[in-house]
Design a protein around this ligand. Structure first.
Ligand code: DQA
Length: 253
């Protein structure tokens, strides 16, 4: 028996090296040992073509064919199992992630923003003093900024003092910060001041204009000493400044 080595045989070549070499049992076994079952089988077939009666060649070929079939089956089983394991794993990750998101959503700090009288007319109301943005646009900015800070914001506007007061009562439960521009009531309303005195959450007073540079009657705020902080003179930016400040106050930014 010749002792040829399958020189030049490599796993990644497409060339059929077996075809170049003299087919021998030794060569077939070497291919078999290297796991090159196709090449081993092709050699056994060539040998069988020359000597069809050699039983050990038939047996060797059958054994290889079984190994090929088995490894294909095993490979398929492995793939399906691995895929299922991956999917089950991902399902668990998704479930846990969703639970975390839901919990965080519930835990999100809530801001209530109250706008007093005439602020529903923003955009059309003295634009040189109050700017050209509408209240709707400002509310959108407020909500967006709150989201960015990991919070949520509800907004409310009324031209009636009683409605503003009742909304402040609502802030007593379920809100973490109140941002309020009482508009003209700033300078007149003891009732709004009293309502604010009941709150235990931070209160941020906002004015679009710098009330201290305006008519003397606007320079007095009935709520300034009740509020935690005041933002005035930044135009609509005052609200987003207040939202960011609220986030810092509640350590949820
Ligand atoms: C205001 C100032 C108030 O004096 C005025 O009555 C308003 C708006 C402001 O945002 O600048 O309505 O609160």
């Amino acid at each position: 028996m010749t002792d040829e080595k399958p020189k030049g045989v490599s796993m990644d070549t497409d060339r059929d090296d077996a075809a170049d070499l003299t087919p021998t049992v030794t060569l077939a076994r070497l291919y078999e040992e290297q796991g090159l079952l196709d090449k081993a089988a092709s050699i056994y077939k060539k040998l069988l073509a020359m000597e069809p009666e050699r039983a050990e060649l038939k047996e060797a070929l059958e054994a290889i064919e079984k190994r090929v079939a088995g490894s294909t089956l095993q490979h398929e089983k492995f793939d399906t199992k691995t895929t299922l394991d991956h999917l089950t794993g991902w399902q668990r990750v998704i479930r846990e992630r969703k639970k975390m998101l839901d919990q965080n959503h519930e835990k999100r700090q809530k801001i209530l923003v109250i706008h007093g009288p005439n602020l529903n007319m923003l955009g059309r109301r003295e634009p040189s003093v109050y700017g050209t943005s509408t209240l709707e646009e400002i509310d959108e900015e407020i909500k967006k900024t709150a989201e960015e800070c990991g919070m949520s914001a509800d907004t409310f506007q009324s031209n009636r003092e009683g409605d503003v007061i009742e909304k402040i009562h609502e802030a007593m439960d379920g809100y973490d910060v109140l941002i309020i521009n009482p508009a003209a009531y700033t300078h007149t309303s003891v009732a709004i001041r009293d309502a604010l005195l009941m709150l235990e959450i931070p209160i941020i007073e906002v004015h679009l204009s710098n009330i201290y540079r305006r008519e003397p009657f606007r320079q007095k705020s009935m709520i300034a000493d009740v509020a935690t902080a005041q933002v005035a003179g930044f135009g609509k930016e005052g609200y987003t400044i207040a939202v960011r400040a609220a986030a810092n106050m509640t350590h949820k930014a």
